[in-house]
Design a protein around this ligand. Structure first.
Ligand SMILES: [Mn+2]
Length: 344
């Protein structure tokens, strides 16, 4: 069985034993865009995330797996002048304007039937990414892999950092609890609470927990990861958000979901997280659905930690991303591979 699977070109639509698959007949096409942005949180550095990920070969790694990749470069994102805080919320217009550009870009990539890969940037960029994705794929589901719920509102947030609030702008059921920020006039909530699921939570604010319960958002925190184990958990995750197995998947991957042992160069690390090996499994299962439609990779901050920390973080991240795009631990054989044969 392994040999027939391995003789086909590698693709995201790998058939796995645990899931039905809608494997595409040809390798998928991927559109990459860098989002050099850090204004959703107080530390500089995440704006250099796209450059670091590219320097470590993220585009080539995906290409080498047999995927057709178009790199659209980095978005140009400017700070809005005189961007006064809204209550405690910092940089509202700058974050709003940047996300409008992200939305337009991701909408175009996914409308062209490419899988969008967004290289952040802090996690506030997922506002635009999910919004844009939903414009071309309104039936999408969101899998949010993170140590944090990122569900605070401009009213509940203590820090005023928008990277802790992105889902409050996106989830329809959050509308009664939140406030409209200047700079966000373009942004309408676009997913239902039942179309969102969390993996990896371990640092959830009281208000966020209350919103999750009130809106009915499902989560597999680290407690459930420990309780069920990865294979059982991933089956439950996919059955919960998409029992029919047909809908496009928006995967938002905050590198702080992983334990700081694997991704130390990030702004809000929390111990007790996912291992590199657990992330490989999650990525392989998502790839196995053949329905990955957009992947956000966020919160890599090259300015934090030592050179060794930076290297560890970016290497782990690029490795994990390659598994989302078809890399298999059992091995891959490319379409143009020629088996060396003895001379006659
Ligand atoms: Mn996050």
């Amino acid at each position: 069985m392994a040999s027939t699977a391995a003789s086909k070109p590698p693709s995201v639509g790998v058939v796995t034993q645990t899931m039905a698959s809608t494997a595409p007949s040809k390798p998928p096409s991927v559109g990459v865009v860098g989002i050099p942005f850090s204004k959703g949180q107080p530390r500089g550095g995440t704006e250099h995330g796209p450059a670091l990920l590219r320097d470590y070969g993220i585009v080539e790694r995906i290409q080498d797996l047999g995927n057709k990749v178009t790199d659209y470069g980095d978005l140009t994102l400017d700070a809005v002048e005189d961007d006064k805080p809204w209550n405690k919320v910092k940089n509202p217009r700058t974050v709003g304007q940047a996300n409008r550009k992200v939305s337009e870009c991701v909408s175009k990539i996914t409308r062209d039937r490419q899988i969008a890969l967004t290289l952040g940037g802090d996690h506030s960029i997922a506002i635009g990414s999910i919004h844009g994705h939903a414009q071309s794929c309104p039936d999408l589901v969101v899998v949010w892999i993170d140590a944090h719920a990122d569900l605070n509102t401009p009213l509940s947030s203590d820090s005023g950092n928008i990277h802790g609030m992105p889902l409050s702008f996106i989830v329809k059921e959050m509308a009664p609890y939140t406030a409209r920020l200047p700079g966000f006039e373009w942004c309408q909530p676009c997913i239902s609470a039942r179309d969102l699921i969390y993996i990896g939570l371990r640092d959830v604010d009281e208000a966020e927990r209350a919103y999750m319960t009130e809106c009915g958002i499902a989560s597999y925190s680290m407690q459930e990861v420990d309780k069920y184990g990865l294979p059982d958990m991933m089956e439950r995750v996919l059955k919960t958000v998409d029992p029919t197995g047909k809908r496009p998947i928006h995967l938002s991957f905050d590198v702080d979901a992983m334990d700081p042992e694997y991704s130390p160069s990030t702004g809000t690390p929390v111990h007790g997280g996912l291992t590199r090996r657990e992330m490989y499994y999650i990525a392989e299962e998502i790839a196995g659905t053949g329905r990955l439609s957009c992947l956000d990779v966020v919160e890599v901050n090259p300015s934090l930690g030592t050179e060794a920390d930076r290297k560890k973080t970016v290497r782990t991240t690029v490795d994990v991303v390659s598994h989302f795009f078809g890399k298999r631990r059992e091995g891959n054989v490319s379409a143009d591979f020629k088996m060396p044969l003895p001379q006659k």
